[in-house]
Every structure is written in structure tokens, then in C-alpha cells.
Design a protein around this ligand. Structure first.
Ligand code: HEM
Length: 388
């Protein structure tokens, strides 16, 4: 069996779930000499790695492409190892407490209502532009204090940074350059305020522990981590429900199932395909010997279809699945900081969609992106209210 071309963005365009499943069954931990890294596809092995951040570190790279670049002391929290990571996480957690996220529920509801009110549901629209992109974007913009007039630029930066994650030399990635100047000024202004509001920017500027580079790195991580991911979860969830109309009808009839359905969408879509780690010493991983300095790519997307965990129905979409120990948010030290927020956004979006337009139809012309990081839907033609 030839090894899947995990480092080729086009591989991900082809809908490779079955190929990955076969590969995982044969070798859940496999060296890919041509690619220069290891592929870890088993749920148990990814869990083991993620819970041992001393042996499997993030500071030498986390993206598939990082294996080919020099990564050193990146300022994004994603690249920081303990003990520094524990300190950073403590600071930024203040922006994501249960109370803070609960406060955002009202904001999410009002953003979703405003965004949906602007759509003419009797005409075809691109759901990415009309629904999936604006909702998370407006919420993150609010959290980072970005005013309405700057939102289009904010989206441009987000897209450019996501492109850079797959290919930093792509000329479109240059659009992100102004991001740093903009947020540097914003952080300066916030630091100078005598009575700052109790929000995320204040949480990261109030603590002298974070350097300015780290503060900027955190704003950048939020922009991509909290924006593109949730966008693709919403788009992928729309497609999954349309492909399973009986489950969509069950959800529309019983909203209390929506949180369970969101977990299944997370498992099914797995918006972040994979993340990497570097072994700091020779190690046995699920019975396979891994050499020191090996770069290991944890394929969350493959682990989320692992039948040793999800049983015979691993390859079926089931909005009632419970328990659902998916790894869409990672696990362990770097578990997604925004998991509760993403869940909240998806819950509000799908509740409102199923109330307003339970029979929406996906039209021809769906386009998927080529990315080694994100499972992207870049265009999603939709008719929200057919037959009216
Ligand atoms: C469906 C939506 C989302 C998915 C699938 C997702 C997925 C992930 C994953 C897999 C990781 C772990 C990275 C690793 O293993 O190294 C992660 C980390 C992170 N996520 Fe999310 N995420 C989502 C939404 C969000 C949102 C809404 C935010 C913030 C507003 C956010 C902020 C972060 C941050 C800051 C980290 C880094 C945490 C750390 O390194 O300690 N994410 N996310």
C-alpha cells in the first residue's frame, strides 16, 4: 500500500477518509520517509502523545509544513511548551472563563439574527459568505475590539494567515502583514487606558508576563484558530445535515439534540486536520519505536473515524452519538482554548437555521480548498427556503 500524500494539499481535496482509514488499520504509527515525517492516525496513540508534552513538544513545529522550515521560539501559544505554556495558558484563560463565554451567548444570538435577517432566503446564496464566515468573524472581532468598519480587512488578514499556514511563500499571504501594525497600536492604546473594560485584550495586556510579541502572537492565533475553524465546522455541518435529511428533521423537531449533533459535526468535519509534535527522545509509541527528533503529524481527522473507539458506526454520521470522544479540539496540554466558544457558536447557528429554514438545499458548485491544515469548504451555494 502506498503511503497517503498527507503533505500534498491536493490530497485533502480528494476526500481521503477511506484511504486514511485503511492506512490507520494497517499502521496507526507510520514513518513516511518521502515526506520526512511520521503519520500518527490512531486515536489511542494521538491521545498518548498529547498527554505527554515533555516527550512530544510543539516548539519545533506544529504545522505539516513546519517540518521543512526553521521554527524557533514562535510567539504563538501553539508553539510553546511547558512550563512557559502553563503560564501563558493561565493568562489567556481569563478571556475564556465559563462566565465570559456565557456572556457571549447573547452576543452570538444577536449576531446570528442580524446576519440571517440580511439574507434573502428565496434566492441562492453562498453559505460561506452569507453564514459560516461572518458569524465567527464578528464574534472574534468583538472579542478583540475590532470595530465594524475594519471587519472586511480583518477577514482578509484571517484568510491570508490561513494561506500562510499551508504555504508561507504564497503571495496572497502577504496581505497579513498589516495585521501586526494594527494590533500593535490597539495593544498600546489598551495598555494606556486607566479604566480598561473587562475583556480579552485587557486580560492579555494586564499581565506583565507576556511580551508584546507574545501578545501579538496570541491575537494572531485567535484570528485564525477561532475564525477559519468554526467557519468550516458550520459549512461542513450544513452539508452533513443536508446529506442526512432524516437526521436533520429529527433535530428540527427536537432542539435538545443540537449540542450532541454539534459534537458529531465536530467529529465528522474535523476542521483542523492535523497537528505536529517532535519527539525529544527515543520512544515507544503504541509498540512502534520512534527515533529522537522524529517529527510526528497527529491526524485528528483519521483518529476521529477510528473504529476501535467509535465502533462499527465510525464511518457514519449520527447526530445522537454519545459518548463522542472525538479529538477535533485536540486533547491534553494544547486542548483548544476556544472549544466552548466554538460549541456555542455552532449551537446558536444550527438552532436558528433549523427554526427558519429546516428544508434548505445545497446546490451544485460546492468548492473545497487545498490545505494541509484545514478541511475547507470555500464555496457553498445554498437555497435556504426552497419552494416559496
Ligand atoms: C470548530 C472550531 C475549532 C476547532 C476545530 C479547533 C481546534 C483546535 C485544535 C485541534 C487545537 C489544538 C492544537 C494542537 O494540538 O496543537 C486548538 C488549539 C487552540 N484553539 Fe481552537 N479550535 C476551534 C475554535 C477555536 C476558537 C473559537 C478559538 C478562540 C476564539 C480557538 C483558539 C485556540 C487556541 C488559542 C489554541 C491554542 C491552545 C494552546 O496551544 O494551548 N479555537 N484548536
Amino acid at each position: 500500500m502506498t503511503a497517503p500524500k498527507i503533505d500534498d494539499p491536493d490530497f485533502w481535496r480528494s476526500g481521503p477518509d477511506r484511504e486514511l482509514a485503511e492506512f490507520r488499520r494497517r499502521c496507526p504509527v507510520a514513518e513516511l520517509p518521502d515526506a520526512g515525517f511520521w503519520a500518527v492516525t490512531g486515536h489511542a496513540q494521538i491521545t498518548e502523545m498529547s498527554k505527554d508534552p515533555a516527550t512530544f513538544i510543539s516548539s519545533k513545529g506544529v504545522l505539516i509544513g513546519d517540518v521543512k522550515r526553521e521554527v524557533s521560539g514562535n510567539d504563538s501559544i501553539l508553539y510553546v511548551d511547558p512550563p512557559r505554556h502553563v503560564t501563558m495558558r493561565r493568562i489567556v484563560n481569563r478571556g475564556f472563563t465559563v462566565r465570559r463565554v456565557a456572556q457571549l451567548a447573547e452576543l452570538a444570538e444577536s449576531i446570528v439574527a442580524t446576519v440571517f435577517d440580511e439574507i434573502d432566503p428565496t434566492e441562492p446564496v453562498d453559505a460561506v459568505d452569507a453564514i459560516s464566515a461572518p458569524v465567527p468573524l464578528l464574534i472574534i472581532a468583538h472579542m478583540l475590539g475590532v470595530p465594524g468598519e475594519d471587519i472586511p480587512t480583518f477577514r482578509k488578514w484571517s484568510d491570508a494567515i490561513a494561506i500562510a499556514a499551508t504555504d508561507p511563500t504564497d503571495p496572497r499571504a502577504m496581505a497579513a502583514i498589516d495585521f501586526f501594525g494594527y494590533f500593535n497600536a490597539k495593544l498600546d492604546a489598551r495598555t494606556a487606558e486607566t479604566d480598561p473594560p473587562e475583556d480579552l485584550l485587557t486580560a492579555i495586556t494586564a499581565d506583565a508576563e507576556l511580551t508584546r510579541a507574545e501578545q501579538l502572537g496570541f491575537c494572531m492565533s485567535l484570528l485564525v484558530a477561532g475564525n477559519e475553524t468554526t467557519r468550516h465546522l458550520i459549512s461542513g455541518g450544513l452539508v452533513a445535515l443536508a446529506e442526512h435529511p432524516e437526521q436533520r428533521a429529527a433535530l428540527a423537531a427536537n432542539e435538545s439534540l443540537i449540542p450532541t449533533a454539534v459534537e458529531e459535526m465536530l467529529r465528522w468535519v474535523t476542521p483542523i486536520l492535523a497537528m505536529g509534535r517532535t519527539a525529544t527522545c527515543p520512544v515507544d509509541l503504541g509498540g512502534t519505536a520512534v527515533a529522537q527528533d522524529a517529527y510526528l503529524v497527529m491526524l485528528y481527522t483519521a483518529a476521529n473515524r477510528d473504529e476501535t473507539v467509535f465502533g462499527e458506526t465510525a464511518d457514519s454520521f449520527d447526530v445522537t452519538r454519545s459518548p463522542n470522544p472525538h479529538l477535533a479540539f485536540g486533547i491534553g496540554e494544547h486542548f483548544c482554548l476556544g472549544a466552548q466558544l466554538a460549541r456555542l457558536e455552532a449551537k446558536v447557528v444550527f438552532t436558528e437555521i433549523l427554526r427558519r429554514w429546516p428544508n434548505y438545499q445545497i446546490l451544485d458548485g460546492v468548492e473545497v480548498g487545498a490545505s494541509t491544515l484545514l478541511r475547507e469548504i470555500t464555496r457553498l451555494p445554498i437555497l435556504l427556503q426552497p419552494n416559496s
